[in-house]
Design a protein around this ligand. Structure first.
Ligand SMILES: NC(=O)c1ccc[n+]([C@@H]2O[C@H](COP(=O)([O-])OP(=O)(O)OC[C@H]3O[C@@H](n4cnc5c(N)ncnc54)[C@H](OP(=O)(O)O)[C@@H]3O)[C@@H](O)[C@H]2O)c1
Length: 312
């Protein structure tokens, strides 16, 4: 099968190449998915799991990409809950071959069924950003109605979903980002927007929750905005500073079939709109990863169309 692979950790994005790889093996509780659309995270070539297995052993050549939408074509031994021919979407494991391929092996519990009226290219934009936004806001920060949340990177992949989810629960949302992000953040439901290059963050006042996707100085400057008893959640890196009288939490997103199903239902009813930017064929993955120019929305790699025709 055709897949995007990496072999050389020092090569960066130029090491991504379109290669022939063996068809994957369905281990116990796995399914094989024929990938229709795949999502990737620009920084994933720096993640240890891209290069080694859970025991730290070299596993190159590896296939990157951890978000997918496609169709189940095979069940591993003992796998229940999904059937051959079913449309699914979800996350692949960080330390196994991923979704930038015609086929991939995934634990069934990482996937949720996908209704026929949701496009694969839209569904593939949701697993990481949707689960991360939900887990950060509600599982870790326990955001509730009437509270105020400051969401950094509010027009980005995770932030744009977080803004929509926080508004829906009845929170007051302050979004941040670059000047160009203002209209998108406000249209998604942020009541206020701050340009991090021009506006003073301190003008925000106290907030119940900070949701940070940027880290470093933005994170540090945000800790003093957290109200006593409030929470700062960051997904960028473990925080080196704490709010004076609050919690600081770093976490890595976890698969959650029930939550994915809930997010898919929100997509169907248009309560949630992931921003899909460019859609590119598998052969253009390297240039999609390398893209420097700012584009709005997540870049999706279309591997096959709805009829199963390959896109190269
Ligand atoms: N821990 C986890 O489980 C987890 C899960 C998902 C993602 N992540 C990480 O979280 C980060 C965000 O992911 P994402 O998918 O949301 O990325 P993204 O789509 O690039 O969104 C980040 C947004 O923040 C903006 N931004 C970054 N630095 C800024 C600054 N200094 N001033 C103003 N705006 C700034 C970006 O603008 P520009 O594009 O102009 O920089 C972009 O709009 C990534 O590092 C990703 O690897 C972690």
């Amino acid at each position: 099968m055709r897949a995007i692979t990496v072999r050389d950790r020092d090569a960066g994005v130029s090491g991504l190449s379109l290669t022939d790889m063996p068809y994957p093996h369905a281990a116990e509780n796995d399914v094989i998915v024929r990938v229709h659309a795949a999502g990737f995270t620009p920084g994933e070539l720096d993640w240890p799991g891209t290069w080694t297995d859970r025991a730290g052993r070299d596993r190159t050549p590896t296939i990157p990409g951890h978000e997918l939408s496609g169709v189940v074509v095979e069940l591993g031994y003992g796998t229940t809950g999904l059937t051959v021919g079913q449309r699914v979407f979800g996350l692949t494991d960080w330390a196994r071959n991923g979704s930038l391929a015609e086929y991939t092996a995934v634990e069934a519990r990482n996937l949720a069924p996908l209704a026929a009226d949701i496009d694969h290219t839209v569904a593939a934009a949701l697993p990481i950003s949707g689960l991360t936004a939900w887990q950060g806001l509600f599982d870790h920060a326990h955001l509730t109605t009437g509270q105020t949340v400051l969401i950094h990177g509010a027009a980005g992949g995770v932030g744009s979903i977080a803004v929509q989810l926080a508004r829906e629960v009845g929170a007051r949302v302050i979004g941040t980002g670059r000047a160009d992000d203002r209209d998108v953040a406000l249209s998604l439901g942020a009541q206020t927007f701050l340009d991090l290059d021009a506006d003073d963050l301190q003008q925000v006042g106290e907030v119940d929750v900070v949701f940070d996707v940027i880290g470093r100085d933005i994170l540090e400057r945000s800790t003093e905005l957290v109200r006593p008893g409030g929470t700062l959640v960051t997904i960028a890196a473990p925080p080196t500073v704490q709010p004076r009288d609050g919690r600081a939490i770093f976490f890595v997103v976890e698969p959650d079939r029930a939550r994915l199903a809930d997010l898919a239902q929100r997509l169907r009813t248009r309560r949630l709109n992931p921003i899909v930017g460019a859609v590119r064929p598998l052969s253009e993955t390297a240039s999609a990863f390398a893209r420097r120019r700012r584009t709005s929305g997540k870049t999706i790699i279309q591997v096959a169309d709805e009829q199963g025709t390959q896109h190269s």
